[in-house]
Write a protein that binds this ligand. Structure first.
Ligand SMILES: Cc1cc2nc3c(=O)[nH]c(=O)nc-3n(C[C@H](O)[C@H](O)[C@H](O)COP(=O)(O)OP(=O)(O)OC[C@H]3O[C@@H](n4cnc5c(N)ncnc54)[C@H](O)[C@@H]3O)c2cc1C
Length: 390
């Protein structure tokens, strides 16, 4: 009978090549040198310097999977995973979110739906980091319920005339253009279209920059459109298909969010475990109390499960599928787990964790968005009700 071995099986993620690993290291270095040292200052200011986008563009971070004809790298989803994992070392959820809006939330839509002319005008400079993009879907009366949006675009000859309001728009105070969801007819779902909206158009204005609980370095804005005229050639894709494009695009956004959530949890655990070794109480390191060892063991198990669920979705995506079921599960699971995990990671710091001097409080605040942004956890469950025919 074969002897049972006590040696742990080394966990390997067989998907990453040397090129992916190098990309992760490059982004990690960029995050540690160009972002992390400035986090406190930028959180305080409520904004980061726009030049950071140029630096990210120069490194090729905005076009990882996108068309090389417009400056993209045409890489796969594992490259995106490596990029987002590297970005978790920024210790700045706000900047990470702002960069992700460009790399994984706006530009893939343009890459997929844009005409050559539109890509030349908008995609090329955005991949280079010369232009900042935002995605304008949500409104005061329509966040989870995307089909409730009311911002109107009326066709007048060769132009669209746009009036309405958007809310919660990341990069909104400084974006050079917005990929905007507008209502082109009264039909609830089939009445929504997408347009490219340059923000230097007359009648456009930025309202409040919203004061938030977390992701403080990034701006989240209220936007107003008062009879703004844009050329009809800025229609993105087909008229009336905006709702379906949005639902489709959510898949990439949610998968990117799940990857980032896992990476955030890993960073928080590393930090909490290190603190548990260093801080003593009752004559021993806190992390050696059994309750903490068990908590860490539990959370490391959670992270491993979250990672495999997420990587499964990445793998399917990489093979050309749009695995709504797996992406939804990954977004739901990683978002919910991160709440419990960050709570515990903060707890081990005791009073120090409750101060803003220790990065763990920022990580905890920033992570609170996970169950709300890119579709609330309740919406993820509603989607699964449909995919699982419950
Ligand atoms: C920091 C930040 C950045 C953002 N960036 C952007 C951006 O760049 N572009 C953009 O377009 N939007 C952005 N958003 C908007 C975000 O996508 C919405 O906040 C989110 O979709 C939820 O919409 P809502 O806030 O209107 O909440 P609501 O739709 O009012 O939902 C509130 C709560 O109601 C519950 N709920 C809603 N529907 C259901 C249901 N069917 N079943 C059960 N419960 C339900 C959920 O618990 C949900 O959390 C951002 C939001 C934040 C906070």
């Amino acid at each position: 009978m074969a002897q049972a071995t006590t040696q742990a099986i080394k966990t390997e993620y067989p998907y990453f090549t040397e090129e992916h690993d190098m990309l992760r290291e490059t982004v990690k270095l960029f995050s540690q040198t160009e972002i992390a040292p400035h986090t406190e200052e930028w959180d305080e200011a409520g904004i980061f310097p726009k030049e950071l986008f140029k630096k990210a563009g120069d490194l090729g971070l905005f076009g990882i999977r996108l068309d090389p004809r417009y400056g993209g790298s045409g890489l796969d989803w594992w490259a995106t995973a490596a990029y987002l994992e590297g970005l978790s070392y920024s210790n700045n959820g706000g900047v990470a979110m702002a960069l992700m809006v460009q790399s994984d939330i706006t530009l893939p839509v343009l890459d997929e739906l844009g005409t050559d002319e539109q890509k030349e005008e908008f995609l090329r400079p955005a991949i280079a980091g010369d232009r900042m993009a935002a995605l304008g879907i949500s409104e005061p009366g329509g966040g989870s319920d995307v089909a409730a949006i009311r911002t109107r675009a009326e066709r007048q000859g060769d132009e669209f005339v746009i009036s309405g309001q958007k809310l919660w728009i990341t990069n909104g105070t400084r974006a050079d253009f917005i990929i905007l969801a507008v209502r082109t007819s009264e039909e609830r779902h089939k009445g929504i279209s997408m347009v490219l909206f340059p923000t230097d158009v007359k009648g456009f204005s930025v309202g409040k920059k919203l004061k938030k609980v977390g992701n403080l370095s990034s701006d989240t804005a209220e936007l107003f459109f008062d009879n703004c005229r844009i050329p009809a050639r800025y229609l993105l894709g087909e008229e009336g298909k905006g709702f379906y494009y949005t639902m489709y695009n959510f898949q990439g956004e949610r998968l990117a969010a799940a990857i980032a959530n896992v990476a955030t949890m890993e960073r928080a655990m590393e930090y909490a475990i290190a603190y548990g070794k260093e801080r003593k109480a009752f004559g021993q390191p806190i992390g050696e109390f059994q309750v903490w060892r068990h908590r860490f063991a539990e959370h490391l198990t959670g992270i491993e499960a979250a990672k495999w669920l997420t990587y499964r979705a990445v793998d399917l995506m990489n093979h050309g599928h749009k695995p709504t079921r797996e992406i939804t599960m990954a977004k739901l699971f990683t978002s919910d787990l991160s709440q419990r995990l960050l709570y515990d990671c903060m707890q081990i710091f005791g009073g120090f964790g409750y101060t803003t001097e220790y990065p763990i409080s920022r990580m905890w605040r920033d992570a609170r968005l996970h169950t709300i942004g890119a579709g609330a956890s309740e919406i993820m469950k509603e989607i699964l009700v449909k995919t699982e025919k419950l």
